[in-house]
Write a protein that binds this ligand. Structure first.
Ligand code: CDP
Ligand code: MG
Length: 201
């Protein structure tokens, strides 16, 4: 795969804005060599949030399973028992409240393997276990358990598309064609090109 124009969606969630981490978050994707091709700030409506998460028909099962496994790994019992869909129903209701609670910043980042690179920089879903060096691991401390006790979403600062297909669908939902810009950054020459002037290879 050598698609240098692969695109992915990143959303700085309301907690990222409230924690004054906009610059820190943008910096991490930017310095990796990705190119920002679209950006906007608004307060999403709860119906829009639901649409976003339900774009992938398999999402409910996967988020439910992931959550139940995380509980099991820690020797804890989840309130939904062993029904991933039941767990996901609670998760989506909380997400609708969380993401519509204030401004978010939606961005589209472009570059080779952008979906995977952005996920790597973002870190795993639960900040408690996200790797050190990732956004979710470095800037917050939330856990599934803490969020569930208070009946709210896990506050993990950013959304990032999970696969190239998810990215395509999500970008279509969040941005119109004309809001996405096609331009070249000077740094692309050193990231992608060969035989640069003055550099012998
Ligand atoms: O965001 P990511 O792709 O890493 O995770 P997801 O499985 O697609 O879940 C979407 C979002 O739901 C997460 O980022 C959390 O904010 C939230 N979530 C939650 O509040 N409680 C869970 N047990 C699982 C996810
Ligand atoms: Mg996801």
């Amino acid at each position: 795969m050598t698609d240098k124009k692969e695109r992915t969606l990143v959303v700085i969630k309301p907690d990222g804005i409230q924690r004054s981490l906009i610059g820190e978050i943008v910096k991490r994707y930017e310095r990796a060599g990705l190119k920002l091709v679209g950006i906007k700030m608004f307060v999403p409506e709860s119906g829009f949030v639901e649409k976003h998460y339900l774009l992938d028909p398999g999402w409910k099962e996967s988020v439910g399973k992931k959550t139940l496994e995380a509980y099991k790994d820690k020797g804890l019992e989840h309130p939904a028992g062993d029904d991933p869909i039941k767990a996901a129903d609670t998760i989506i209701e909380a997400l609708k409240k969380y993401l519509s609670s204030g401004p978010v910043i939606a961005m589209v980042w472009e570059g080779i393997n952008s979906v995977g690179v952005v996920r790597k920089i973002t870190g795993g879903t639960e900040p408690l276990t996200s790797d050190v060096g990732t956004i979710r691991g470095d800037y917050t401390i939330d856990s599934y358990k803490l969020a569930d006790v208070d009946g709210r979403s896990v506050r993990n600062l950013v959304h990032a598309s999970g696969s190239p297909e998810e990215a395509k669908n999500e970008i279509k939902l969040w941005f119109s064609e004309k809001e996405l810009l096609d331009y070249r950054l000077v740094q692309e020459a050193i990231l992608y090109d060969v035989n640069l002037d003055g550099i012998l290879e």
